[in-house]
Design a protein around this ligand. Sequence first.
Ligand code: SF4
Ligand code: SF4
Length: 384
Amino acid sequence: MTPIRRIRLGHAPNCSSLGNAVNVLLWSQAAVAALWVAAESWSVRRRRPEPDGGETRASSDPPALVSTSPENGAPHEAHVQVTRNCALPCPSCHIEPEVDGGHVPLAEVAQRFHALAESGVFHVAIGGGEALAHPDLAAIAGAAHGAGLTIGLTTSGVGNLEPAGLFDQVNISFDAEGEGYRRARGYAGAERALAAVRQLATKGGRVGINVVLDRDTFETLSDTVAAAIGAGATDVHLLRLKPVGRAVSDYGTRRLTAEQGMRVWPALVALVDQFPAATFRVDCAMTPFLAAHDVPPERMAAFGWTGCHGGDALIAVDTAGAVSPCSFVPGPVDPAWREGVAEGACESCAWRSLCRGGCHAVAAHLTGRLLVPDPECPRVIAHG
Ligand code: SF4
Ligand code: SF4
């Protein structure tokens, strides 16, 4: 029997960047070994042969991708934009949304899902715009399942939440409580977001929150997580602010400070300790903040950690059907991403194969070049 090389747990809930499970990085070696044994008997929902002769298998209970290959031969996840419609003013939105229309017709979405499934994708994550505004959202969930895909939804929670119950995972954007939410999102929506968490949790769905970390929301993170878990959230997904779309204009004053970047990993460890029943994830762009604390790369690799893996673990499809490496970088997919960044501090970095040079979207904004070391990585800063 070919041994299992990687286990990627859970449904990736986010619509714009890859999510990596954090709790598993703190498990004992005995707990990891027990999971590897258990995974051999998980029932397989779908199998994908990999070019090196191995395979990746998707299970539903627990939701996971189990792979006998060390690397992805094709994207396992696609972020599919089904609408550009949204009337909310969120300053961290990565697109300039439309107030009227902007929806992709259902038949077109279904066709894209089938093409993605045929190419080997296991999971689609839906965002927008505000996906709740799409008139056929329930049918979109059905189309994904019909194509053999699992489907996640990221939403503000503003709109009709009924179709959200059909998704495998729903994450509500909730960056902070009260006034902090208003500062982060540009409108007073904290209570509405928590009500959405409550509504979905009451109906038994798997619901989490997305927290975009900026220098304001980072300081209230523990309270934000406590409020969400109190409302019924079981998953917490932390995302780095990206300098794209509306977030470009004040990126310099909103991004995490270098000192805060160094506090990300200690904050995660404290959150896992404080809320042991919750699942914590961080996005691909956060990898440098873990590398700065010597989080073992072998453990990260064993759990299928993905840094800037746009184009090989992840692809994004916009409303026009254009494919890109991720939602923050326009296409086409560039195979050079697979090689990652091999200069400066990245050249000899032990996390390079996982991290690939940090967030290319951040690098492009700050340096004008895509495939260079992420200037906000603590190791890159220390290297000078
Ligand atoms: S550029 Fe890379 S690290 Fe940044 S969001 Fe896209 S895939 Fe993630
Ligand atoms: S030095 Fe480069 S590869 Fe290493 S963690 Fe920083 S950005 Fe990633």
